[in-house]
Design a protein around this ligand. Structure first.
Ligand SMILES: Nc1ncnc2c1ncn2[C@@H]1O[C@H](COP(=O)(O)OP(=O)(O)OP(=O)(O)O)[C@@H](O)[C@H]1O
Ligand SMILES: [Mg+2]
Length: 877
């Protein structure tokens, strides 16, 4: 039977194989399964393929880069259109050479922008290609992993803690399931879910028998059947509404404001020049072309691409250090982080748990605790291989004494698996002593469920904990007659002993922490482990411990008071997965940019909540899935590299902006002004465009530039005031200087129109491009800071080309002439004086900005941006 539905994102056409989530919520699970022609065992692979052919992949967008779209974006500029029209007209009225020159230069400019942006977009798409988001799907009764985009209506899917719901599902079975639907509703209070049909019709937020694509499993687990996929899901409709383009990042918002500022200035200036030229009775067409060329010169054409290009360069550099970012913007986010929450195992420690001791209650070595530890264990041993269980369970099997334990004498009846809230695990076994319940777990949890004299055991525990050992306790009680067990049975136990494990601190951790501290990132440890152990590890790796708070204490503190506590605390111990996420959320709301580093199932919630979630390649699936950044080696050191990279990109982008506001702007302004006083145009329209093209070429290498350590020392944020101050200082400075140049060219050297233009052209290209070496660094004199080779080469290339054009065969067509040596000498001196002038001015300007940049305005990533990011999981090529 075919289920049809009138709903639709794709324009009223009925979609086969999809069921509106609202409708399915009100139906019984069995009805939904029958409508979707599925069952608890799911559908078969062939059927799934057939359905996918009809409904399409479970994706809300595609990440294919279209060269055309990029090209259209380059061409979609009113200015460009006007200029082309004017050039065509001038071609038609006979000014052929001018028009051709303008056309050719514009074509090269557009091509340059296109190549740059296309390459960057390709890099972004390549990241998408590399990352797979997976879900556990049941096909023909077999559970297996599948790409989320492969899901179709009728598929039965399993959900676990920390997972992102892969489609709209009607629940079939749940255990303590709650979901965080903030991504859809903005409401962060988790919603309880169950497979029962809800009492009355309800809104999207209260679809208690369904879970929605893009939301997060906050607790529990479930099985559900897919009712809608891709754009037909609630999230899909939102994602489609968001449009394809990513919402701007903080950089881009800042840059957009700055572009608007320049565009306004360009508009005013262009109109003024035009009017002035008209009143001076210059030919209209010349005036139009001249004004438009100036406008093009002022507009920062490369700007939209420069951030993307920088981010793409950043991701490549990080990839070389074995850091994989899932989207370009993640690099920028890394640069912004101020607080890093990290788990302990494998980050601060080597993550190589090893059993040190198996001790009886009195502290003497004994075999029984180890034997019981192997019985209450989720790892399974098949010949030669260990599977399942967590690191602790596996470590017990790996201990040399494990092989000698009579595990085979016991038969397992039932078990209650480990979970991070209970912090213990139980089994019911038959053995030589009859049927027994064995419980192993965090010592506090076990001791609280034991009877009898526990003081000697407490002493042993304290001693081991303060020594930094990872200790778990093992307890048991006879359970004659029981055939199943649950968490409620874990009581009246007798303590059997303790197992002490070691996990040595990582040798590189100390250095990495020091680097992060230098970068101004506050590091906080959040762990499910005991406070004493966590504190001990921090001391070993040299992380100063300001305060230790236990998870229990967090419950009594409300969200308003929490930021102050976080600020005063280094270690949060015995925290639950929910606590980890709450700490991150509260810290974010308090206005700090937060990164979370973790590799366990218990870290996934926090990874989702953070501005940047970082996980490791060897981590749990949900953790890897939740992360924005994957470290191929679990090493804090590369994280510091990531932060540096993000800040480097920011610093380099600022260089581009500062150049645009200083010399480039000044030069264009002077050219405009000069046209009012000179009897001829100070530069021909084609020359202005060429000048602009060469300037752009020199800037393409900016993303590769080196950045001074001081500029990397703290997160940088846009400070438009600083940019305005820069503009108001260097703009006029550059103009005054230009007029000086004009005066010399005209009155001292008695230049004619062509000589004037040539002199002004070579001087202007040189000042505009070479200034980058002065303003790229706060160091003074500027040569104390070394630029990247690529930047040196590209700037040198621009200047060399500009200076040789007047001597080339092209000179005539472009309206240049070979300059007499004395002219060139003068220009060289002028450029040198100009750079020296900028150097001195920069000192006072940067000194002032050093004091103020910490007070800069921030732009918080919007809810929309988080939605975009989540949508990125559901893409196909
Ligand atoms: N397999 C297990 N069986 C019984 N108890 C366990 C097991 N694994 C861990 N525990 C107990 O539960 C506690 C919490 O473990 P959990 O894995 O939640 O910590 P975590 O936050 O991942 O720690 P870390 O920050 O070290 O990675 C441990 O300190 C230990 O006492
Ligand atoms: Mg962990």
């Amino acid at each position: 039977m075919i289920a049809t539905d009138s709903d639709t994102a794709s324009g009223g056409r009925p979609q086969p194989w999809s069921l509106d989530v609202q409708r399915s919520a009100a139906m019984s699970a069995a009805d939904v399964l029958s409508v979707l022609d599925s069952g608890r065992d799911g559908i078969g692979d062939a059927e799934a393929d057939r359905r996918r052919a009809i409904v399409g992949p479970n994706a809300v967008r595609t990440h294919r880069v279209s060269g055309w779209a990029v090209l259209v974006r380059q061409l979609r500029s009113a200015l460009l259109a006007l200029l082309l029209v004017a050039a065509t007209v001038s071609f038609l009225v006979g000014q052929r050479t001018d028009a051709v020159v303008i056309g050719v230069i514009m074509a090269i400019s557009v091509g340059l922008g296109f190549l740059n942006e296309y390459r960057a977009e390709r890099a972004g798409a390549a990241l998408h290609d590399r990352i797979r988001h997976r879900a556990v799907v049941v096909r023909s009764g077999q559970a297996r992993e599948a790409d989320v985009t492969e899901l179709v209506p009728g598929d039965v899917v399993r959900l676990e803690l920390g997972q992102i719901v892969p489609a709209d599902l009607r629940l079939l079975e749940t255990t303590g399931l709650t979901c965080d639907e903030a991504m859809l509703t903005g409401e962060s209070v988790p919603v309880h879910k169950s497979a029962d049909v809800p009492a009355a019709e309800s809104g999207l937020g209260e679809l208690s028998s369904c879970v929605l694509m893009g939301t997060v499993v906050r607790a529990g687990s479930a099985t559900g059947v897919v009712v809608a996929t891709g754009p037909r899901t609630a999230f899909g409709r939102i994602a489609v509404g968001l449009g394809r383009r990513h919402p701007p990042t903080e950089f881009q918002v800042g840059l957009a404001r700055f572009s608007t500022l320049l565009a306004r200035v360009a508009a005013v200036l262009t109109t003024m020049i035009f009017v002035i030229n008209l009143t001076l009775h210059r030919p209209i067409l010349d005036a139009i072309l001249f004004s438009l060329a100036i406008a093009v010169g002022i507009t920062p054409q490369l700007l939209p691409a420069i951030v993307t290009t920088s981010l793409a360069t950043g991701t490549r550099r990080l990839a070389r250090r074995r850091v994989l970012v899932k989207c370009l913007v993640c690099v920028e986010d890394l640069g912004n982080i101020e607080v890093l929450f990290t788990d302990k195992t494998g980050t601060l420690t080597a993550g190589a748990l090893a059993l040190e001791e198996s001790l009886a209650v009195d502290g003497r070595p004994a075999q029984l605790p180890l034997l019981y530890g192997l019985l209450a264990n989720e790892a399974t041993v098949s010949p030669g291989a260990l599977a399942g269980g967590n690191a602790l369970d596996q470590a017990l099997w790996r201990s040399p004494d494990a092989a000698a334990q009579p595990v085979a004498d016991y038969q397992r009846w039932d078990s209650v698996p480990f979970d991070h809230e209970r912090r213990r695990t139980s089994v019911l076994v038959d053995g030589p002593d009859g049927r027994t319940l064995i419980v192993k777990g965090a010592p506090e949890e076990i001791l609280a469920r034991c009877q009898g004299e526990l003081d000697p055991a407490r002493k042993v525990l304290d001693q081991k904990l303060t020594a930094g050992g990872r200790v778990i306790a093992v307890a048991a009680r006879p359970a004659p007659g029981a055939s199943t067990i649950g968490p409620d049975d874990e009581h009246d136990l007798t303590l059997v002993g303790v197992l002490v494990l070691s996990d040595p601190p990582k040798s590189e951790a100390a250095e990495a922490l020091a680097r992060l501290a230098q970068l101004g990132v506050a590091v906080k440890v959040v762990t499910g482990d005991h406070p004493a152990v966590a504190g001990h590890v921090c001391r070993q790796v040299g992380l100063p411990v300001a305060g230790v708070v236990a998870g229990r204490q967090l419950a009594g503190i409300d969200d308003d008071a929490l930021p102050a506590l976080i600020a005063a605390t280094t270690v949060f111990a015995r925290v639950s997965p929910e606590d980890k996420a709450r700490l991150v959320r509260v810290q974010r709301l308090a206005g700090r940019d937060v990164a979370f580093l973790g590799d366990g199932v218990n870290d996934a919630l926090a990874l989702h909540s953070a501005d940047v979630g970082v996980s490791v390649d060897s981590g749990a699936d949900v953790a890897r899935d939740a992360a924005d950044v994957l470290l191929l080696d679990k090493d804090l050191g590369v994280l510091a590299d990531g932060v540096t990279e993000g800040r480097r990109i920011f610093a380099n982008t600022v260089k581009y902006v500062l150049m645009g506001t200083s010399s480039n702007f000044g030069n264009m302004f002077s050219a405009a002004g000069a046209s009012a006083f000179l009897p001829f145009l100070p530069m021909l329209p084609g020359q202005i465009l060429l000048n602009n093209l060469l300037y752009d070429v020199s800037q393409i290498a900016i993303p590769t530039d080196r950045v001074d350590p001081e500029q990397l020392a703290r997160p940088a944020h846009w400070d438009l005031r600083e940019i305005r101050r820069f503009m108001l200082t260097f703009g006029p400075l550059s103009s005054i200087f230009d007029f000086l140049t004009f005066a010399i060219l005209l009155s001292v050297l008695h230049a004619g129109a062509t000589e004037f233009r040539t002199g002004w052209f070579v001087e202007s290209v040189a000042t505009q491009t070479l200034i980058v070496f002065v303003i790229r660094t706060h160091a003074s004199p500027f040569w104390r800071s070394r630029p990247s080779l690529a930047l040196v080469l590209s700037a040198a290339a621009a200047v060399t080309v500009a200076w040789s054009i007047p001597y080339s065969p092209l000179a005539g067509a472009l309206g240049f002439t070979a300059l007499p040596p004395v002219f060139l000498g003068v220009v060289v001196v002028l450029v040198a004086v100009y750079l020296a002038l900028v150097e001195t001015t920069k000192r006072s300007l940067f000194a002032a900005s050093d004091l103020r940049s910490t007070t800069a305005q921030r732009v918080r990533p919007s809810h929309e941006r988080r939605q975009h990011r989540r949508a990125a999981r559901f893409t196909t090529r």
